[in-house]
Design a protein. Structure first.
Length: 137
């Protein structure tokens, strides 16, 4: 089973479970802000719903950006951490306009076949981080 994470949409988080090339199940969380706080809860809920554990995962695909700074950063960190601890491959797919999640998943599944365990992904941001107030000059 492959886990797919998309936290690059504004105010929406999606996690999918993929069996070979078919989407087996998906969960989405919508909210005004901080939807990325639900990422691990959503992954856990998805695995329990399908009666599988983390050890049953064979790979992880995540949208590496561009998107909301914090959400993308958290999704990439979670994907890399799971990849490391489970010793499974991880790939990051950069979102392009007019691309569906299904197209991203197909691209990610293809990339997973070529990815070595121990390779990790970096987030792609749409611009400079705006996490602090500008300094007064």
């Amino acid at each position: 089973m492959v886990l797919f994470i998309n936290a690059a949409k504004e105010k929406e988080l999606s996690v999918y479970l993929i069996d070979r090339t078919k989407i087996k199940n998906r969960l989405k969380q919508k909210g005004d802000f901080k939807v990325s706080e639900y990422l691990l809860l959503l992954v856990d809920k998805l695995l329990k719903k399908n009666k599988i554990g983390f050890g049953d995962l064979t790979g992880i695909i995540t949208v590496s950006g561009p998107g909301p700074f914090t959400s993308v950063r958290i999704a990439v960190a979670v994907a890399n951490t799971l990849s490391y601890s489970l010793k499974i491959p991880v790939v990051g797919i950069e979102f392009k306009k007019r691309q569906s999640e299904e197209q991203i998943i197909k691209q990610g599944l293809s990339a997973l076949k070529k990815t070595k365990i121990g390779s990790y992904i970096k987030p792609v941001y749409g611009g400079e981080a705006n996490i602090t107030r500008p300094k007064k000059r």
